[in-house]
Design a protein around this ligand. Structure first.
Ligand code: MN
Ligand code: MN
Length: 466
C-alpha cells in the first residue's frame, strides 16, 4: 500500500469534502437505518394529510405517556405533555432537568403536503361523466397530477352537527379517482404551451363516476347516482360539501426505489420525512437536559398562515403557558431557546444540474442538510441563521457522529422557497433549517435516501438531548 502524499494529507486536513454516508457506516447501522425506514413507510401509508398525521402522532404520544397540557398544573423533569392545535397540528413537550429560564429545544416540522382540495361545491356532470372541481393546495406542477391514481381523504360535517371521516382509494380493492389528460394525438396546442400553462388549475377535475341513476332519463342522472352512492356511504348531501375538507392525494403506497432498495419513493416526504424522525427523536429523548418541544405543524405549504400554521401565535402561546407553570415569562423562555426548523431541501439531481450550484447543493446519502438560509433572490423571505448558532449545531452533529452536509435551495436567482424557520426566528428564538434532501420535491411521488432519513432521527435526537 502506498502512503498518502503530503498534499493529500494536507487536503484531508484543510478541505471540506463531504462524502457518501455509507463510507462511515457499519453494516449494522445501515440495517438499523433500513428498519427505521420500514416504520417510516408505514407511517406514510397511514398518514396522507395533516389531520391523519396529527391524529396518528397523538395516539402514539399517548401510548408513550404524553397527556394533555394543563396550564394550572406543576410539572417536573421528564413529565410529558401535548397540545392539540385544532386536530391539524400538535406540540409534544418533555420537561427538562433545567428550568425553562434556560430555554427550550424546539424541533418544528410540517405535516401538510401539496395536494388537490375539493372546491366547496365540487360535484357536477358533463357529457355523462361525474367530476369533482378542485382547488390545488401548495406549490404543484399541475401536469404531474393528471393520469395518476388518486385517493380521497378528509372530514365532512353534516347538517345535524355530526361528522364523518372520509378515506377512500388507498385500501386494497377500493376504487381510485383520476384527473384525465389529453391524448398525445390531439395535444398539439397543449404541447406547444409553456409547461406551467399546459394544464390549467381549473382543469384539474377529478373523474368520479359514469353510470346514471336507474333507467330514468333526465338531466344530471350520473351526478344523481354518484350523490346517492356518497349519501349511502357517508350520510351526507350535496350541501354538506360546502363546509367539508376533502382532499385528493396520490393513491400510491410508499415503496423501495432501486435495485439496492436504498431509497424510498412516496407521496408527502415533504415534510413527513422530517416530522416522523422528529417525533421518534422526541420519544427517544427520555430525560432531556432542556425542555424538549416537538412541533408538527399545518399550512407550511401555503405560507404558514391560518390558526394551525406557525405564522399564528399558537407556539408563542404554548411557550408562554409552559413558562407560566414555572413562574416565568414566555418571552424570556423564547429568547433563551434554540430550534431546528426541520424541513426538506432539494437534493442534487444529475438530470437537472443547471439549477444547482454543485459546491453548495445537497446530495442524497450525504446526511441531513444544514441550510443556513432559504429565501429567494437576495435572501428575501428567510431566516438567515447567525454564525454562532450555525457553528454550534454543526459542532453538535460532528461530535454526535450525525451525517450532515450543507445545502442551498438551488442557484442564486434560479427561484427559491421558504420554511417555518423565519416565523420561529421572529419570536426571538435561535433557528436553523435542518432536513432531508429530496428528489422531485412536491411531485406526487418524491424520493429520499434511507440513510438520510435515519440521519434526521439521529440529528434531532442529538439536538433534543444536547
Ligand atoms: Mn417542506
Ligand atoms: Mn414543501
Amino acid at each position: 500500500m502506498c502512503e498518502k502524499s503530503k498534499a493529500d494529507m494536507l487536503k484531508d486536513e484543510l478541505f471540506y469534502s463531504p462524502e457518501h454516508t455509507s463510507y462511515a457506516c457499519s453494516e449494522q447501522e445501515i440495517k438499523t437505518a433500513d428498519e427505521f425506514c420500514g416504520d417510516y413507510m408505514e407511517f406514510l401509508n397511514k398518514c396522507k394529510t395533516e389531520r391523519e398525521a396529527a391524529a396518528f402522532i397523538k395516539e402514539l404520544a399517548e401510548k408513550e405517556g404524553y397527556v394533555p397540557f394543563d396550564p394550572s398544573a406543576k410539572y417536573k423533569a421528564g413529565d410529558k405533555v401535548y397540545s392539540d392545535i385544532h386536530s391539524k397540528a400538535l406540540i409534544l413537550c418533555t420537561f427538562g432537568r433545567q428550568g425553562l429560564e434556560n430555554g427550550a429545544k424546539i424541533v418544528a416540522s410540517h405535516i401538510d403536503s401539496p395536494r388537490l382540495d375539493l372546491k366547496p361545491n365540487p360535484l357536477y356532470e358533463d357529457s355523462e361523466l361525474a367530476l369533482f372541481k378542485t382547488h390545488y393546495y401548495g406549490g404543484i406542477k399541475k401536469y404531474q397530477w393528471t393520469a395518476i391514481p388518486l385517493s380521497l381523504h378528509g372530514v365532512v360535517f353534516r347538517r345535524d352537527g355530526s361528522s364523518v371521516t372520509v378515506r377512500l382509494g388507498d385500501g386494497e380493492g377500493e376504487p381510485r379517482f383520476v384527473v384525465t389528460d389529453l391524448l398525445p394525438h390531439l395535444d398539439k396546442k397543449q404541447a406547444s404551451k409553456p409547461l406551467e400553462d399546459a394544464i390549467l388549475g381549473e382543469n384539474l377535475n377529478i373523474l368520479v363516476g359514469s353510470r346514471p341513476f336507474g333507467q330514468d332519463k333526465g338531466s344530471e342522472m350520473v351526478k344523481l347516482n354518484i350523490m346517492k352512492l356518497i349519501n349511502e356511504k357517508y350520510g351526507i348531501t350535496e350541501a354538506d360539501f360546502l363546509s367539508a375538507e376533502l382532499e385528493a392525494v396520490p393513491a400510491f403506497p410508499a415503496v423501495d426505489i432501486g435495485f439496492d432498495r436504498s431509497m424510498i419513493g412516496a407521496y408527502g416526504h415533504d415534510d413527513r420525512v422530517c416530522a416522523y424522525p422528529s417525533v421518534m427523536a422526541a420519544f427517544a429523548a427520555k430525560a432531556p437536559e432542556f425542555t424538549a418541544v416537538t412541533v408538527v405543524t399545518d399550512k407550511e405549504e401555503i405560507g404558514s398562515d391560518g390558526n394551525t400554521g406557525l405564522n399564528s401565535a399558537y407556539l408563542k402561546h404554548f411557550i408562554a403557558d409552559i413558562a407560566a407553570t414555572q413562574g416565568l415569562k414566555g418571552r424570556d423562555v423564547l429568547r433563551a431557546s434554540e430550534c431546528l426548523s426541520a424541513d426538506v431541501n432539494a437534493g442534487f439531481d444529475p438530470t437537472y444540474p443547471s439549477v444547482h450550484d454543485k459546491m453548495n447543493a445537497a446530495f442524497l446519502n450525504r446526511g441531513i442538510v444544514v441550510t443556513k438560509y432559504t429565501g429567494a433572490r437576495g435572501k428575501s423571505g428567510t431566516n438567515d441563521a447567525n454564525a454562532e448558532y450555525a457553528a454550534k449545531i454543526q459542532r453538535l452533529f460532528d461530535v454526535e457522529k450525525v451525517a450532515w452536509q450543507t445545502g442551498e435551495l438551488g442557484k442564486v436567482d434560479e427561484g427559491g422557497g421558504g420554511t417555518v424557520a423565519k416565523y420561529i426566528a421572529n419570536l426571538g428564538v435561535q433557528v436553523i433549517d435542518v432536513g432531508v434532501p429530496v428528489l422531485s420535491m412536491h411531485a406526487p411521488f418524491e424520493v429520499v435516501a434511507k440513510l438520510d432519513v435515519y440521519a434526521a432521527f439521529k440529528g434531532f435526537k442529538a439536538f433534543l438531548e444536547s
